[in-house]
Design a protein around this ligand. Sequence first.
Ligand code: UGY
Ligand code: MN
Length: 254
Amino acid sequence: MGYRNDLLSSRAIIKHGSFALIPPDGLVNNVLPNFEGATLSIIASPKLGASFVEYLVEFEPGGGNRRGFGGDGVETFVYVISGELEINVEEEIYVLEEQGYLFCPPSKSIIMTNKSDSPVKLVLYKQRYIPVEGVNEPWLICDNVKNLPVVNYSDMEDVTLVDFLPTSVEFDMNFHILTFQPGGSHPFIETHVQEHGAYLLSGEGMYNLDNDWISVKKGDFIWMGPFVHQATYAVGMDPLSYVYSKDCNRDPEI
Ligand code: UGY
Ligand code: MN
């Protein structure tokens, strides 16, 4: 990297407990036990105010986590941005290609290995599962976004939505992809109890976060905390698209 060649500046905005915009250029590598051959950044954690932990991970060929990630009440989710990843859950083997994903229920852990000869880049996520009396544990889901239905979002043709997990009450989280054609926007500014961890897969937009309009683009990560204002206009030439988490199906504790 070497010496700086300009004034130090950043588009990052960190508002603990409210929202955060984390562009890729400020990310540093976090070394974690059991992750080998990995370049990894923690992009959301309870220290920020999030109730989950999210990571951007690149495993080089031969890299992985062979000790097991998640389990003991912690559910996990993997989305492959590029490359190919092998995941073992107990005796089963799952091979995730680009846009492949896997949700692992809280009683099981995942073993991740890059058996290919190119790097694999993924979004990794974990959250403590909230059990409910009389409701069964969720089940493992592994699929590829290419197989999922794409539906119009809120009766608009220039905004589309993909849901990754069943809307069934066993699941207390979901992942989705929202895509806005240039000029497309949310129909209103949302304010809701659920949190999001959103990784921008393509395009550019003006995003309203806590009622400030902020430029965002491909490669950025946005954490949206409970009740924070949120909505976007897509700008530029390419569709604005992001893969994001959302907690669901649970009555808050009092
Ligand atoms: O699902 C959502 O709440 C989504 N519409 N939020 C967002 O895009 N910020
Ligand atoms: Mn939302």
